[in-house]
Design a protein around this ligand. Structure first.
Ligand SMILES: *[C@@H]1O[C@H](CO)[C@@H](O)[C@H](O)[C@H]1NC(C)=O
Ligand SMILES: *[C@@H]1O[C@H](CO)[C@@H](O)[C@H](O)[C@H]1NC(C)=O
Ligand SMILES: *[C@@H]1O[C@H](CO)[C@@H](O)[C@H](O)[C@H]1NC(C)=O
Length: 547
């Protein structure tokens, strides 16, 4: 070999080495972090510090031979991008976090915990990074549910979707393919709904519908990609009953951290306590939206359940009924939407509250909303009622479109600080009387720069519409809909309530409610709020907002 050839080969070898050095293979741990509440943001940074600390204490080369790195990134919500699908283009674009050499992505939330980084990485080493796959704690529906767009309604129990708070592991090849599909934004994409309700189910469904092992061939249904159930990812740490694996530590490497009941009040963290203000039911004004046809059956149930804890409650209806009593809004009932009625309720409520200095919050609920007043109070205690605060169960509408927005869904209950109620009354109006009230509220508040802050534990549907693991993660705050369920059971079992004997004015109706199980009373689903399946009309109507 001539010295010249030798030099060239040497150079090539050196370049090769450098190449390998510049582009190591990588594990990326992303913490998807909401901007608010502050407590969630604090948890994101604590998790990030914890993972970095675990990283310092291990030698990656022992686990993955060759050049390998671990990157930890706290990804703050940008604009409306609280779902992975919406965040994905950002992950690949601007931040260049998701590169060609990213083999694994560990997707965490603020309430995910990494029990053992070493155990997790050892687990990943045993899995195939070349496969289009994702792994997590699999949740299943027990029946077809509105929150999952009634998908698989004939066989709702077969489809697994990940428990996001427990953490989800993706292969890089899957997320890169997914990013391509999302970015292509073509007509070819199957998107089941314009609504973002349960980001985890929607993600699993999107992958199932749109990502195929071979993009150039049609995919037989049997080859479609569904979540792989991973025993090392657990719903909670306590849920791991299996004994530890000898020499390998715990079986659960990733798990969800249950929220403490009334986190704000029991938290030991000093700075958290400083921010919290003792709040009880007497500080909250409950504005309950009803209509004449439901006065008897629904108000009776509220009076037997949570009303006892809600001194400041008013029933707003289309007709005044002295026997309850209800207050007339002067707005005729419509089949859907109720925007005009809700705006009238907020105005009338402000007038009614007047100078009662101890009322700090307004909670807007339906006549078939069940809630725990003590838990609502605990939730509110760590939010500043002097600020513009908008709390509830967050949904999204057309999040990827320029006119997309977040809103709190009405049935779960919407929490507003009083300064915010005043702002709404001043600045928001309805495009039409029957426009969907909760969506219009969200749209208007987004335009006014008030964020829809998600509150854990609030539910737009009934307990049976959610996976049990999710309900166990924190004490539920609210549920919605009496249809095909036993609201008194729900109240006792899930909301920690005990039944009242019923207040005097309602005694006449009481027997009716207790005489027969509710589903035998023929309760109709209320013509209320926005029918999730009636998706038409909002984008055009939104433009009429008087801002
Ligand atoms: C959309 O689907 C059609 C038919 O399956 C295919 O020919 C076309 O290439 C696809 N377009 C894109 C951008 O993927
Ligand atoms: C609550 O908000 C008000 C108005 O924005 C502010 O003056 C006050 O300092 C805040 N209180 C706390 C405890 O953050
Ligand atoms: C309901 O009424 C019964 C009989 O009057 C009484 O013994 C019981 O303590 C009451 N329960 C509540 C929760 O008020």
């Amino acid at each position: 070999m001539t010295s010249k050839k030798c030099a060239v080969l040497g150079l090539l070898f050196f370049v090769g080495l450098c190449w390998a050095r510049v582009e190591p293979r990588e594990v990326l741990l992303v913490i998807a972090c909401p901007h608010l509440p502050r407590q969630a943001r604090d948890e994101c940074f604590a998790l990030s510090d914890n993972v970095r600390e675990q990283h310092r204490q291990l030698d990656l080369a022992e686990i993955f031979p060759g050049d390998y790195t671990l990157k930890v990134h706290v990804m703050h919500e940008l604009f409306n991008y609280w779902t992975l699908l919406d965040a994905l283009p950002h992950l690949q674009g601007q931040t260049r976090l998701l590169g060609a050499r990213t083999e694994w992505i560990i997707w965490c939330q603020h309430n995910t915990r990494v029990a053992s980084l070493r155990g997790l990485l050892e687990q990943l080493r045993r899995q195939d990074p070349g496969e289009l796959s994702f792994h997590g704690h699999a949740l299943y529906d027990s029946e077809a549910t509105i929150i999952h767009h009634f998908s698989n309604y004939k066989d709702p129990q077969w489809f697994p979707y990940p428990m996001l708070s427990a953490g989800v592991v993706f292969t890089g090849v899957l997320l890169r393919r997914l990013a391509e599909v999302v970015a292509s934004n073509t007509q070819n994409i199957t998107l089941r709904s314009d609504f973002s309700i349960d980001a985890s189910h929607e993600l699993a469904r999107f992958i199932y519908d749109n990502v195929s092992p071979d993009p150039h061939a049609g995919t037989p249904v049997s080859a479609r990609i569904i979540l792989k159930s991973a025993s090392y990812i657990c719903p909670t740490f306590a849920s791991m009953r299996a004994p530890e694996i000898p020499n390998r530590g715990p079986r659960c490497m990733l798990h969800a951290k249950p929220e403490e009941p009334s986190a704000g009040l029991t938290a030991t963290s000093r700075h958290l306590k400083e921010r919290c203000v003792y709040t009880t039911g007497s500080h909250i004004y409950f504005a309950i939206k009803t209509c004449a046809k439901f006065h008897k059956e629904r108000i009776t149930i509220i009076e037997r359940t949570w009303a006892a804890d809600a001194q400041n409650r008013r029933y707003y209806s289309d007709v005044a009924d002295g026997g309850i009593p209800t207050i007339s809004t002067g707005i005729p009932n419509v089949q859907s939407g109720h925007c005009a009625k809700t705006m009238a309720i907020l105005q009338l409520s402000l007038k009614d509250i007047g100078q009662q200095m101890d009322i700090r919050w307004l909670m807007l609920v339906d006549d078939d909303t069940l809630l725990s007043v003590p838990r609502v109070s605990a939730l509110l205690s760590c939010h500043n009622h002097s600020d513009l605060v908008y709390l509830g169960q967050r949904y999204g509408y057309r999040l990827r479109a320029p006119d997309g927005f977040n809103y709190h869904t009405g049935g779960a209950g919407i929490l507003l600080s009083l300064p915010l109620v005043r702002l709404i009354v001043e600045r928001c109006s309805c495009p039409s009387a029957g426009a969907p009230d909760d969506m219009i509220l969200g749209y208007c508040l987004q335009a006014l720069g008030v964020a829809a802050v998600p509150a854990a534990g609030m539910h737009q549907a009934r307990p049976q519409d959610y996976a049990e693991e999710l309900l166990q993660l924190q004490p539920p705050v609210s549920f919605h809909k009496f249809w095909n369920s036993d609201p008194e059971y729900t109240y006792r079992r899930y909301l920690g309530g005990s039944l009242a004997n019923g207040s005097a004015p309602l005694a006449a109706h009481k027997d009716q409610a207790t005489a027969a199980p509710l589903h035998l009373l023929g309760l109709q689903p209320c013509p209320d709020g926005v029918g999730l399946l009636q998706e038409a009309g909002i984008e055009s109507s939104g433009k009429h907002l008087d801002l």
